[in-house]
Design a protein around this ligand. Structure first.
Ligand code: NAP
Length: 290
């Protein structure tokens, strides 16, 4: 039945279209925006995500460099690579693809990236600026992409009740901050693995953001009639009828469409927005460093 589909691909395409003239203007000035992506190890999903980021760079005329490091590399060599990219004036954005091999400290590596080149927006300085309501920092791509999608779909947030399921450093927590910051003005509740009665709390939400990593956990009984639902989850679910042996599922079950007024699909929802916001951060970084 009836929920309106919030088309993340179309929203991402409109953001890319607005970035293209900014890239061209930088290139005219002799500065080609340049993103460096470090991958450590051979996690297959990481390679798929990085390829999608490279394709977005190609579409926009942003230069991209992939730095492939073996999974058994010494942590110090990963540190040295980040420092080298920090010191390279032709590189404007740096990201280290998650996950890193077991035992490597992702937060430590993120905090080594120069904050002006931190296009993932995970550096303590950028997250700190978000807490302070200071808009000069780079925002984390997935939650800022969700905010763009909500605006694009004309969802009004002010005074509305929003519930975010998940409190991770990269999605849930910054998402809650963005929804509640001045100007967005939603009243936000965070649900996590220790929350009692999560279903009841979610049923109070005018806007529900699911960033859990549990396939199809949120079903129609969790949804207030007419709520807007954004599904951040990307989960591989075994499916032998598919050539790859799996299908992609969100954190939200399809039956939610019968109750919600609008919903973002998986795939084709938040995923393309995350990449569009990465491109946006890369262009902004290049402009700031110009
Ligand atoms: P994460 O670091 O594993 O965090 C998951 C959060 O969900 C945690 O805060 C956890 O609570 C909470 N949680 C787990 N099980 C729960 C349950 N049964 N009830 C309530 N809360 C529960 O994951 P993440 O990195 O935030 O990613 C979340 C999902 O988004 C994943 O599916 C990921 O693949 C997807 N994702 C998509 C994109 C995109 O571009 N589309 C980008 C990033 C992530 P605790 O804190 O209590 O453990």
């Amino acid at each position: 039945m009836g929920a309106h589909i919030i088309d993340g691909k179309a929203c991402a395409a409109s953001i890319e279209a607005s970035l293209k003239p900014r890239v061209n203007q930088l290139i005219t000035k002799g500065l080609n925006p340049h993103l460096a992506v470090i991958i450590v190890g051979d996690d297959p999903a990481s390679h798929v995500y990085v390829r999608a980021k490279e394709r977005a760079c190609e579409r926009l005329g942003i230069k991209s460099t992939k730095v492939l490091l073996p999974g058994d590399i010494d942590f110090q060599q990963v540190i040295d690579q980040v420092i080298q990219l920090n010191n390279d004036p032709t590189i404007h954005g740096i990201l280290v693809q998650s996950p890193l091999p077991k035992g490597m400290d992702e937060v430590a590596i993120t905090d080594l990236i120069s904050p002006v080149k931190d296009v993932d927006g995970f550096h303590a300085s950028n997250l700190g600026k978000l807490v302070q309501g200071d808009s000069s920092g780079l925002l984390p791509c997935t939650p800022s992409g969700v905010m763009e999608m909500l605006e694009w779909a004309s969802v009004s947030l002010s005074g509305k009740r929003a519930v975010v399921i998940g409190r991770s450093r990269i999605v849930g927590m910054p998402q809650a901050l963005l929804l509640s910051q001045k100007g967005a003005d939603a009243t936000v509740t965070i649900v996590h693995s220790r929350t009692q009665n999560p279903e009841e709390i979610c049923r109070e939400a005018d806007i529900l953001i699911a960033a859990v990593g549990v396939p199809e956990m949120v079903t129609s009984s969790w949804i207030k009639p007419g709520a807007v639902v954004i599904d951040v989850g990307v989960n591989r679910v075994e499916d032998n009828s598919k050539e790859k042996g799996y299908r992609l599922a969100g954190d939200v079950h399809h039956d939610v469409c019968e109750v919600a007024s609008a919903i973002s699909p998986v795939p084709g929802g938040v995923g393309p927005m995350t990449i569009a916001m990465l491109m946006s951060n890369t262009v902004r970084s290049a402009e700031l460093q110009n």
